[in-house]
Write a protein that binds this ligand. Structure first.
Ligand SMILES: Cc1ncc(C[n+]2csc(CCOP(=O)(O)OP(=O)(O)O)c2C)c(N)n1
Length: 279
């Protein structure tokens, strides 16, 4: 049985980390990061088979994760550090020259846990499909996970990968969409409407699951259902709110890529319990 209180406590600390990191850096992407915190907390602390002590990009017997929406680097870095991949003090170096924590994840920077560079939207699903195919060819029973954005899903390469994964029967590929209805310039409906995502993924032949991305029971239930699909890739559409957990960031694209000022950092921290010690 998953310890939901433990997951909630980790998620609160991760949200604190994100706000403080982006505030210190003076730039970055807090809205989608705090919005996808619950999904990635459940994934890294309950679902995925990964061992920070033995992790390398070529390690056998471990699941792979790709953050296709690479601008969500703050949540990724916080989770990796809190899961034990590197010391939490390094979180203070986000976006600094020479830091391993670049504005978008880089494998060249050598940060443990980062499997694939990302930031140029639309590519991560293709990479994850390739990894899933490789695992299948090697007879490995591990899986490839990838998190995409809904705005990102306006990229054509996503749908090319969607066809590839079904063609190759990649049941070991679990994709997730942070379905917050927002992207950089406004609601997705006002940019290039990608709705209805569920019907689109079903039409492409995927196993589609819809879940509340802020309810740990639903999130874990979705991953459990995904594990039952053996030959068909799964897309979990997680309904989320951009900025979830910080009242003045919630539900608006305005915090997609804007750093909070010092007083806004304080206002946000007042809403989030410090559960694991700030960096
Ligand atoms: C190929 C490419 N085009 C454009 C961008 C600029 N860009 C960065 S984030 C973003 C919006 C992404 O929206 P979404 O995936 O919904 O993320 P969210 O706003 O929810 O964080 C865009 C257009 C990019 N990084 N890569």
């Amino acid at each position: 049985m998953a310890d939901i209180d433990k997951l909630r406590a980790i998620a609160s600390q991760v949200r604190r980390d994100i706000v403080r990191m982006v505030g210190l850096a003076g730039s970055g992407h807090p809205g989608g990061s705090v919005g996808s915190t619950d999904i990635l907390t459940a994934l890294f602390f309950e679902v995925m088979k990964q061992d920070p002590k033995t992790w390398t990009r070529s390690a056998k017997g471990q699941d792979a994760f790709i953050l296709s929406a690479g601008h969500l680097a703050p949540v990724y870095y916080s989770i990796l550090s809190r899961a034990g991949y590197f010391p939490k003090e390094e979180l203070a170096t986000l976006r600094k020259f020479g830091s391993r924590l670049q504005g978008h994840p880089s494998t060249e920077a050598g940060l443990p846990g980062v499997f694939q560079p990302s930031g140029s939207l639309g590519q991560g699903l293709s990479a994850a499909a390739g990894i899933a195919l490789g695992k299948k060819m090697d007879g490995e029973l591990t899986r490839a996970f990838v998190l995409c954005g809904d705005g990102e899903s306006e990229e054509g390469q996503i749908w090319e990968a969607a066809m590839f994964a079904v063609h190759h029967k990649l049941g070991n590929l679990i994709a997730m969409t942070d379905w917050n209805g927002q992207q950089i310039d406004g609601p997705t409906t006002s940019i290039t409407a990608v709705e209805k995502l569920d019907e689109k993924w079903r039409a492409f032949g995927w196993n589609v699951i819809i879940a509340n991305g802020h309810d740990f029971n639903e999130i874990l239930g979705a991953f459990a259902k995904a594990a039952e699909s053996k030959e068909v890739p799964t897309m979990i559409l997680f309904k989320t709110d951009m900025g979830h957990g910080i009242d003045f960031m919630e539900g608006t694209h305005k915090w997609h890529g804007k750093a909070p000022k010092p007083e806004e950092v304080e206002a946000a921290l007042a809403q989030l319990d410090e559960t694991l010690g700030d960096f």
